[in-house]
Design a protein around this ligand. Sequence first.
Ligand code: ZN
Length: 214
Amino acid sequence: MRDLPTTLAWVAEGTDLCRKALDGLDETSYGAPSRLPGWTRKHVVAHLAGNAEAIGNLVHWARTGEPTPMYGSPEQRLADIESGAGLSGDRLTAWFEESARALAEAMASLTEPRWRAEVVTAQGRTVPAGETPWMRAREVMVHAVDLGTGVRFADLPGEFLAALREDVLARRGPGNVPAVHGSPAEVTAYLAGRPCTGVTTSDGSPARPLPPWL
Ligand code: ZN
């Protein structure tokens, strides 16, 4: 369902959605709350830029064999988001663009055998480097919605939403998620722990919100 060319295309598409979401934001709207609790749009963009660099570390690891973890530590990751959120909107947009460009270049230069090299994610999972475009795609797609400038889950590609539902269900554990009904886009938002409408359990009552994910 999610092969390498498809996930690489999703990275580019999600990056473009974020770019459009940021385009034209003045300093006040850039500093306004995102759809994520406690985070402004600046926090989201600082996280996205830091995430591009972190995933770039994994691509470097795959290319060279030199272990380069995504982040120094979970505390460092959060501290970098906090300090990044203090930058101006222009600086953040430039950081987002530069980090996304560097990651795209690094991914484009990775040879076929290197995509199979094993790397370790920030969650401690050992995965082939071929998993990193998916890791990045879900960040840029979902956070494009979280930026709260009008992108909706329904705007994301259907195949991406299906892959995301499968991923979230596997990660949360099927027993921890009630059977729910609703449009595919809204059910995906629900599973991702995002605001959603019209998602109900089998008796027709609104589904109880899940804890945030990603
Ligand atoms: Zn994220």
